[in-house]
Unconditional design. Structure first.
Length: 417
C-alpha cells in the first residue's frame, strides 16, 4: 500500500454499521454502544462469512492434502498472506509470518532473534508507554542474557521525549522497540523518525503495530522498520489471528521459534532441515479459518481507504475531547491532541473508581474498558491507579460519544446522590 496525498475517501460509519451484525444487539434492554474497540474490534459480515465458508465448504489442513478441498484450503491461506502483505505495504508476502497475535509475534522475535543477538551488557531501548506485550518479553530476555533495558520517557501529555532518545542512542543499543500507536493514550508516534534515528545508531527496530493497523495507513517499507508485529482481532479480524512482518534477510538468519510439523523440510532421527520462510516459523496446524478471516479484514479495510479511516477517527476524537468536558466538567482527560492521537480517550471521574464508572455505564448498554489496560508502568508514570478508556473504530459514531456523555452524567448523579 503506497501512501499518497490524494484526498481521503470519506467514511460514513452509519452506513458501515450495517456490516456489523453485533451492533444490532441490545444490552440490558438498551442498544449496544461499543466503545472498547482497542481491546478487540467487532467483525464485519464479510469476515464472518469468510470464516463460515471455510468451515462449511473446504475445511482441510494446509500444505498437505493433494485433494480438491485441501488445495483450496492452502490456496485461501496463502491468498490471505498476500492480502495482509498488501495491506501493510510489504512487497514480499513471504516476509509475513502468521501468528496468533502481536504478543506471539513479539515473543517470536525475542526468542529467535534476541537469544542469538543479545548478550551481556547489550542494551534494548523501549518507551514508557509500551503495552506489556512489548515489555515483558524483553525483560525476560535481558534477565537471561544479562542485558539492559532503557526507556524513552514521555511528556505529561503523552508524547515521547526525542531529546532523551538521542542520548539513549549513544549507548549503541542492539534493538529499539516501540509502539506505533499507544493503546492507552492513543499517541501516534513518529515511527519513521524513530526508525531513522535508531538505524543511524546501528540498532534494529521492532514496532508494535497492534493499535496502528486498524486506524492509520501503514507502509512497513516506507517506515523502514526491521520487525512489525500486529494482531488481527483489533483490525476487524478473528481472535487468534495476527502476523509478524520482518525483512527477509532477518527471517532467514533466525532459528525456528517452535518445532514440529510444517516448519521442516527433512527430518531424520538426529537432525532436521528447516523449511523456507515464512513456514519455518509456522509449526503445526495453524488457525486456518482465522488467517482467512484476517485476509478478508485486510481487504475490507483497504476498500474503505485507510486515509479515510484515520480522518474519521481524528474527527471523532476531536468531537469527544470537546463534548465530554462540556457534559461532565469534572472529567479528567489524558493524552495528546486529536491530530496526534488515534481513536482512544482515557479519562477519570474524580472520586469515582474506574470500575464503578464502567459498571454503571454498562446499565445503559455502553461498553468501555476500566483498569490499567496492560500498561501498568505508564499508569505509574502518570500517577494513576487506573483509567476508563473509550475507544473507537470505523463503525463508531458521534451518537456513541453523545451516549457516553449522557452515561457519564448518570454516573455522576448516582455517586453524588
Amino acid at each position: 500500500m503506497t501512501l499518497t496525498s490524494e484526498p481521503a475517501k470519506a467514511i460514513d460509519p452509519h452506513v458501515l454499521r450495517a456490516d456489523f451484525p453485533i451492533l444490532q444487539t441490545r444490552v440490558h434492554g438498551k442498544p449496544l454502544v461499543y466503545l472498547d474497540s482497542a481491546s478487540t474490534s467487532q467483525k464485519p459480515r464479510v469476515v464472518i462469512d469468510a470464516v463460515d465458508t471455510f468451515y462449511r465448504e473446504y475445511n482441510a489442513n494446509v500444505h498437505r492434502g493433494i485433494y480438491e478441498i485441501g488445495e483450496r484450503s492452502t490456496a485461501a491461506y496463502e491468498t490471505a498472506r498476500a492480502q495482509v502483505a498488501k495491506f501493510i505495504g510489504a512487497s514480499d508476502a513471504h516476509e509475513v509470518v502468521f501468528t496468533r497475535n502481536a504478543t506471539e509475534a513479539i515473543n517470536l522475535v525475542s526468542y529467535s532473534w534476541g537469544r542469538r543477538n543479545i548478550g551481556r551488557g547489550d542494551a534494548i531501548v523501549l518507551t514508557e508507554m509500551e503495552h506489556h506485550a512489548n515489555l515483558v518479553p524483553w525483560q525476560l530476555l535481558v534477565q537471561e542474557k544479562d542485558g539492559d533495558l532503557e526507556f524513552i520517557p514521555i511528556t505529561d501529555d503523552g508524547l515521547l521525549r526525542l531529546d532523551v532518545f538521542e542520548v539513549l542512542l549513544k549507548l549503541k543499543p542492539k534493538l529499539v522497540a516501540f509502539t506505533h500507536v499507544s493503546n492507552t493514550l492513543g499517541t501516534i508516534n513518529p515511527v519513521e523518525e524513530l526508525t531513522r534515528m535508531a538505524h543511524d545508531a546501528g540498532a534494529l527496530v521492532l514496532i508494535d503495530g497492534a493499535q496502528a493497523v486498524p486506524h492509520v495507513p501503514v507502509d512497513v517499507e516506507a517506515i523502514g522498520a526491521d520487525f512489525y508485529a500486529f494482531s488481527g482481532h483489533k483490525m476487524l479480524a478473528p481472535t487468534g489471528s495476527g502476523a509478524l512482518w520482518a525483512r527477509r534477510e532477518l527471517l532467514e538468519s533466525m532459528p525456528p521459534f517452535l518445532a514440529g510439523g510444517e516448519m521442516i523440510r527433512e527430518v531424520h532421527l538426529r537432525r532436521s532441515e528447516w523449511n523456507e520462510i515464512p513456514w519455518k516459523f509456522e509449526a503445526g496446524t495453524p488457525d486456518i479459518g482465522a488467517a482467512i478471516g484476517l485476509g478478508a479484514a485486510a481487504d475490507y479495510l483497504l476498500s474503505l481507504g485507510m486515509d479515510g479511516v484515520r480522518e474519521h477517527e481524528r474527527q471523532l476524537v476531536q468531537y469527544a475531547l470537546e463534548t465530554l468536558p462540556r457534559a461532565v466538567p469534572s472529567i479528567e482527560l489524558y493524552g495528546p491532541p486529536a491530530d496526534q492521537r488515534g481513536g482512544v480517550i482515557p479519562f477519570n471521574l474524580p472520586g469515582i473508581h474506574p470500575h464503578d464508572v464502567a459498571q454503571v455505564l454498562d446499565r445503559f448498554g455502553i461498553a468501555v474498558r476500566a483498569g490499567h489496560h496492560c500498561t501498568m508502568p505508564l499508569h505509574e508514570r502518570l500517577d494513576l491507579a487506573a483509567t476508563v478508556r473509550a475507544s473507537f473504530n470505523v463503525y463508531s459514531t458521534r451518537e456513541d460519544v453523545d451516549a457516553l456523555a449522557h452515561g457519564l452524567q448518570e454516573v455522576v448523579r448516582v455517586f453524588e446522590g
